[in-house]
Design a protein around this ligand. Structure first.
Ligand code: AVI
Length: 322
């Protein structure tokens, strides 16, 4: 017997079933939520690329500036012959800045759940570094994954995790993720981590509520994805985007707020919304350097070096194993 989704690759079938499970679980919680990893379907990935170009979204620009200024210094600190592993690869500009400075890297391992998105961004890396051994892994980096063996033995493994994605994990989960990178890095390994820093809400908030409405479209695309992939019966226009700064938790919260009392249907279940009730779609923590050092220590790392921009808005941190 064949089913409609027999043609889908196993990874994307599994993604659809975990999407449904996560949506049903999240909407059943007292504070409704959907995990942010589901933002990144094809449309969501394109919208995120546009976010990175927005004047208000200082995150990408600031990190790129740090990499431009200090990649040579970072490469020096990492040493020759490293195997570079990038969980959640996607932006070839950042890895290229680092690769251009590394002395004789033995290979590059991008790890990305969406094979198509990864292959597209790998084209640029391949063109710029034709002699580099590239060993792509199509997997969810939040679950254990196997690092392929490079033809040449590396001096050490280095996990490169830019973009401040760590900030999208609540502290306990962030430590778990750092622990898994500690494991992947192995005995003499290291983690090069991009992390946004705590700063005035007047700077942070507009980055998540831009005047062109791109972040709003990115947020609401989650509802469109639920309609398309899960057959959800809902009106995406009956939810509005909201970004809130939660000072006590030091995080941005992205919400989809129901504009009226309504019922939506997903996976054969009904979910009631009161007017103004939110679905939490993302947290983006803005840690201080001290707090980050604390999380790193909990995961078994030591902060060996930190590079920042002049305003100390963003940091790239070299974490080594104790
Ligand atoms: C991927 N991540 C680091 C982004 C952030 O800034 O938290 C996701 C994002 N959400 C809205 N704008 C960007």
């Amino acid at each position: 017997m064949t089913t409609a989704d027999d043609d889908l690759p196993a990874a994307s079938r599994q993604m659809t079933s975990s999407f449904l499970t996560d949506v049903l679980t999240g909407l059943s919680a007292p504070l409704k939520q959907v995990p942010p990893k589901y933002f990144y379907d094809e449309a969501g990935s394109h919208l995120f690329d546009r976010i990175c170009e927005l004047p208000e979204y200082y995150v990408t620009r600031t990190e790129l500036g740090i990499l431009q200024d200090s990649a040579a210094d970072m490469a020096q600190a990492l040493g020759p012959g490293v195997l570079l592993i990038e969980p959640g690869s996607g932006n070839s500009a950042k890895i290229s800045l680092l690769l251009a400075q590394l002395q004789d890297p033995v290979g590059y391992v991008p790890v990305e759940i969406s094979g198509e998105h990864m292959l597209a961004s790998l084209e640029a890396v391949r063109a710029q570094f034709p002699d580099l051994e590239i060993l792509p892994v199509c997997d969810d980096f939040t679950a254990p994954f196997t690092v392929p063996t490079s033809s040449r033995a590396p001096s050490r493994r280095v996990v490169f995790f830019p973009g401040s994605t760590l900030g999208n994990f609540p502290p306990h989960d962030a430590v778990e993720l750092l622990r898994s990178f500690h494991e992947v890095a192995g005995p003499d390994g290291a983690l090069l981590l991009g992390a946004d820093l705590r700063k005035a809400p007047e700077i942070v908030l507009p980055a998540y509520d831009d005047s062109a409405g791109v972040t709003a479209a990115f947020n609401r695309n989650l509802l469109v994805r639920m309609q398309r992939e899960l057959g959800a019966d809902l009106d995406a226009d009956a939810f509005r985007h909201q970004a809130v700064w939660n000072d006590a938790e030091s995080r941005i919260e992205m919400h989809l707020v129901s504009t009226a009392a309504q019922t939506i249907r997903v996976g054969g279940q009904c979910f009631e919304f009161a007017a103004e009730e939110p679905i939490v779609t993302e947290y983006s923590y803005k840690y201080t350097r001290e707090r980050l050092a604390g999380l790193a220590t909990e995961a078994g790392f030591r902060v060996a070096q930190v590079w920042t921009d002049a305003r100390e808005w963003f940091s790239v941190q070299l974490l080594t194993r104790n």
